[in-house]
Design a protein around this ligand. Structure first.
Ligand code: B12
Ligand code: SF4
Length: 524
């Protein structure tokens, strides 16, 4: 194979930014796989230029003009950014390849704008693509390994990309590691529900932890495992064998069911500083929070006790909720979340508006079959800027009223002060404070208020939300244009729109669609 000039962009920011929060945080949100592609490509003898795009870089300056191949890793919220970059670099002669959550969730759409779209990617997949390395236009080629890779290069090998990425941030430097892929649980809404659980090689993990202690006085590691702590003792044994207890700070996403008191003691002893358990709903998904058939206020009390227990051992806890689930009805779910906040003042609430990410989960077929999926541009599909599933039990106005009320309650002066007092350690306290008064708290509140107001005042809004018109309100198009900056000019024709029913159609079930989504009278 000839030596190729390969560019890799890990898109963390949808476009240029100057925000202070982005300066501090974005480099800490880097993904592992683009770094892995970089390691494997160099091992194959290619020349690699790697950029983690945090919104502060000029990509045209950072990437050579003469790339043979450009890999882009993107979440769905960055799809329009990725499509624009693909058309820009195709115009300069590069073959373009997309991977990451967007490629896994919306391959049909992405194929229109990339030569290759990759699902599960292992070393063999990369080799095949680089050997073929040719233009596939107008429609690209979709390639996916049969399963998740059995091994991935560790931190030591990825350091060549981690180091320049973390140089972009001054205070907080979190190294991304992954200890397992897939998950043994089968939550119906999750992209990993049918991906078998698989631990990564422990000797590599041990080596990586030791390596990091030589690079930082006090390293911080963010575990990217979908569910950290399955096979809990094996992982904690591994950490204890590798490094002295508490010499590395860790953050992880873990389900409540794994966070018993003995486990929490051991996590604290080993330097775990942040945990992000999912609660999701007071009326559904009890398996994840180990509350079984408990519902409503009983579940609130049980979960609150549990989270308060976690806060005794772990300084930073974010509890995740999904708003607008089919199991929710009326004011009660929102009131219960407020009671939870009262009873658990130290936890930072992370709210997601129900979003169906294409083929991420089989459950999304049900929403599509019921014609409940809206065609909001991908740019807004980040769990908060748009909700692309029409709620079953709310009309849009009352839904947004309730979301605004809950957000206001969660980030009121009273809640912020109680959270400050209910949290241990200055870093956790200030992080909670900054998140509340910046984009996540106040920023989202203002955004939701604007959406709610426009449902009454902007003539394009209501018909679009009610699926009576597919004409995108100008408000949204203007936002994409603003966020993309100069990349807007490169957005390919049609690149702002997608078919929200592509998954269903590809499954051959489209004939079961009782109506086109634009005929509200026929909705189920
Ligand atoms: C860890 C994680 C995070 C971490 C780290 C994020 C990161 N940059 O990687 C944090 C907490 C920061 C995070 C934040 C967010 N996340 Co997140 N996150 C996850 C999680 C739990 C695991 C993903 C992971 O790393 N898996 C391990 C890797 C190795 O496996 P993989 O993702 O399956 O990747 C395979 C292939 O896709 C491919 N691949 C992946 N990337 C690339 C890149 C290239 C170039 C190539 C060729 C191939 C390739 O190779 C891999 C091996 O087969 C998933 C849920 C899940 N259970 O998977 C959600 C998930 C990816 N997150 C999601 C979302 C929505 C978000 C946020 C937008 C939430 C928010 N509102 O803030 C932000 C976006 C942050 C950003 N822009 O970077 C969605 C994405 C849906 C979508 N289509 O966009 C997911 C799927 C959860 C969900 N809701 O279903 N997240
Ligand atoms: S426990 Fe978490 S990672 Fe596992 S299937 Fe459920 S939501 Fe997905």
């Amino acid at each position: 194979m000839r030596k190729l000039h390969i560019g890799i962009i890990d898109i963390v920011s949808k476009g240029p930014t100057r925000a202070l929060y982005a300066r501090v945080m974005n480099a800490n949100l880097a993904s592992i796989m683009p770094q892995v592609i970089g390691v494997w490509s160099r091992q194959l003898g290619h020349d690699v230029t790697f950029v983690c795009y945090t919104g502060f870089e000029n990509l045209l300056e950072e990437l050579p003009n003469t790339l043979d191949v450009l890999f882009i890793g993107a979440f769905t919220e960055a799809a329009q950014t990725a499509y624009s970059l693909s058309s820009l670099f195709r115009a300069r002669g590069a073959i373009t390849i997309l991977g990451g959550p967007h490629a896994r969730c919306y391959p049909e759409d992405a194929l229109q704008y990339f030569d290759y779209v990759l699902g599960f990617t292992d070393r063999g997949t990369l080799l095949d693509v680089l050997q073929d390395c040719s233009q596939h236009r107008p429609a690209g080629v979709h390639i996916s390994a049969r399963r998740q890779p059995l091994e991935l290069p560790g931190v030591r090998e990825r350091w060549q990309f981690i180091e320049p990425t973390l140089r972009k941030t001054l205070f907080l430097k979190m190294v991304p590691m992954i200890g397992s892929l897939g998950c043994p649980y089968t939550c119906s809404f999750c992209i990993d529900a049918d991906v078998p659980y698989q631990p990564m090689a422990f000797d590599v993990l041990r080596e990586d932890l030791r390596f990091l202690r030589k690079r930082f006085r006090r390293p911080m590691v963010a575990w990217h495992d979908p569910n950290f702590g399955v096979r809990f003792d094996d992982y904690l044994d591994m950490i204890e064998e590798a490094v002295p207890p508490g010499s590395i700070d860790f953050a992880a996403e873990s389900s409540l069911s794994l966070l018993s008191e003995p486990h929490l003691k051991r996590l604290k002893h080993n330097g775990f500083k942040a945990l992000l358990p999912g609660i999701e709903s007071w009326f559904d998904l009890g398996g994840k929070s180990k509350t079984g058939a408990l519902q409503g206020m009983d579940k609130v009390r049980r979960v609150s006790e549990h989270v308060n227990l976690i806060l005794k051992y772990i300084p930073y806890v974010q509890t995740n909720f999904v708003l607008g689930l089919d199991s929710d009805e009326g004011q009660e779910p929102f009131e219960l979340t407020k009671r939870f906040l009262d009873l658990t003042p130290g936890a930072f609430p992370g709210y997601s508006l129900l979003t169906a990410f294409g083929r991420a989960a089989a459950l999304n077929l049900d929403y599509q079959l019921a014609c409940r999926v809206l065609p909001f541009p991908f740019h807004f599909l980040n769990n908060n800027q748009a909700m692309n599933v029409r709620p079953r039990n709310y009309d849009w106005r009352s839904f947004y009223d309730r979301v605004i009320d809950l957000t206001r309650y969660s980030f009121s002066a009273r809640a912020i002060v109680r959270r400050f007092r209910g949290t241990q350690g200055m870093t956790s306290r200030w992080l909670n404070f900054v998140r509340a008064v910046s984009t996540e708290g106040f920023g989202r509140l203002n955004y939701y208020k604007e959406i709610r107001a426009r449902l009454d005042t902007d003539w394009q809004f209501s018909p679009y939300f009610e699926q009576e018109s597919d004409e995108l309100p100008a408000f949204y198009q203007d936002l994409v244009r603003r966020d993309l900056g100069m990349l807007w000019d490169w957005l390919p024709a049609g690149g702002l729109n997608h078919d929200p029913y592509a998954y269903l159609k590809s499954e051959g079930s489209a004939t079961r669609l009782v109506s086109a989504p634009l005929q509200p009278a026929m909705r189920i």
